[in-house]
Design a protein around this ligand. Sequence first.
Ligand code: GLN
Length: 496
Amino acid sequence: MSNTDLHNLGVAQLAALLRGKQVSAVEAAQHFLTRARAHQHLGAYLAIDEDVTLAQARAQDAGIAAGAAAPLAGVPIAHKDIFVTRDFPTTAASRILAGYRSPFDATVVARLTQAGCVTLGKLSCDEFAMGASNENAAIAPVGHDAAQPVRNPWNTEHVPGGSSGGSAAAVAARLVPAATGTDTGGSIRQPASFCGITGIKPTYGRASRYGMIAFASSLDQAGPMARSAEDCALLLSQICGPDPERDSTSLDRPAEDFTARLNDSLDGLRIGVPTEFFGEGLAGDVRAAVDAALKEYEKLGARLVPIHLPRTELSVPVYYILAPAEASSNLSRFDGVRYGHRATQYTDLLDMYKKTRSQGFGDEVKRRIMIGTYVLSEGYYDAYYLQAQKIRRMIADDFQAAFRQCDLIAGPVAPTTAWRLGSQTDPVTNYLADIYTLPASLAGLPGMSVPAGFGAGGMPVGLQLIGNYFDEARLLNAAHRLQQATDFHLRAPEGI
Ligand code: GLN
C-alpha cells in the first residue's frame, strides 16, 4: 500500500493497516493534514492544530507498539464544531463563541478518542447548527480571512448542505475518513445526501448530548458521517451508549456492535414507501435515483409496501415552532458574561447583553430567537407551542402505524440536489426543503442517508432510510447491502 493513497481508504481498512503496523498513526495524521491544507478552498475546517493531532497520533502509535491498540487506534477523525473540545477551539461557527475553549470534551468526542481516533480538527457548520446549506457559518475557515460557506467538492459553486456541511464536504473530498455530525432536523442526512456520503442519526437518546452545544434539546442527536455504511457502523458502535451522569435524556441501552448484522440477507424485508414523500416538489432527477435504489432493493429480495405518513406536510410548521422555541431558551446563556464575545462599549448590564447578542449572533440565529420567543410568549403559547407539541405526537404515532406494515421506510432525503451557493436566500423556501428529514426527527427515530446516484450536473442524490426506535442495525444492514450492489459511495469528485 502506497501512503499516497491513504485517503481513499475507509475507517475499516485504515484501522486494519494501523493495527498491522503497515502505516503509523503519525503517517496517517500527516497525510490527512497535508490534504486538509491542500484543499483549504473548500472551507471545511475551522480549526487545525498540528501539534495536538501529532501528539495524539504518537500516543496511538505507542499503544499499537505495546500491543494494546484501541479498536480504532490511529484512525483520523474530525468533529463538527458544535462538539466542545478541550484541545481545539469551539465556536459553533458563531462570532459569539469566537476564541472559546471548553475545559472538557463532549462525550461523543471523548468516546471516539477513547476508541483510538486521532482528532484532525474542527469542521465548519451553520451557526449553532441552524441551516441547511452551511451558508450561515460566521467564522473564517482555516486559510481564509473572513467567514465563508463550505463548498461542495462535487461542484464548488454549490452548497454542501447543512448544517453539518463541513463534515460532509471533508469526508467527500477525502480530507478525513470520517467525521461527526449532529442532526436536529436533518443536518446529518441532508449534507450526506448533498455530498454523496453516508450518514446516520441514531434514535434520540442513544448518543449523549453532553458537550454538544444545544440547539433544540428534544431533537438534537449526534452521529457519524463516513463514506460507507460499514464505517458508520464502526463509529456508531463507539458513539452510542448511556451517559446517565451527564445527559439525563441518554437512554439506558447498552452500546451495540452495529457491524454484527451488516451482511444479513434482505430477503423478505418490507420497505415502506411513503406516498407523501413523492409528491409535487420532488425534483425529477432525485426521484429517478431514489426509484432506482428502490428497484435495487427489490432485486436484493426486499418487498416495497406503499405506506402513508399523512402529516408529513405539518412537520415543517411543527418543527419551525418547536426548534426555535427550544433554541430561544438554550441560547439565552450566551450573554457576554459566561462565554466568548462581549461587547466592549455599553452603558449598563442590559445594554451589554443587547450589544453582545446583537453583535455576536447572525441573522438566522436572531430570526429563530425571535420566532421562539414569540411562540412561547403568553397568549401565543397555546396557539403555537402547545398545538405543535400535540401534532408532534401525532406524527410519531403515524410512524408507529406505518411500522405495523413495514420494517423500514425509504424515500428521498431532500427534494433537490445541492443548490448553487447564494441562490436560496428566502428562509421559508429553505425551511420547506427540510420536509423529508423533519418527520423522523420529530418522532425521535433513527434515519440515515445512503448514496443512491447522481442527478442533474452530476450532483449526488441520497436515499433516506428511516427505522423504528433502536433499529439502527437494520438500517446499516440495508445500507451496506445496497453499497455492495452499487458503487456510488466509492466514487470521488473530480480533482479529488
Ligand atoms: N435545516 C434544519 C434547520 O435549519 C435542520 C438543522 C439541523 O438538523 N441542525 O433547523
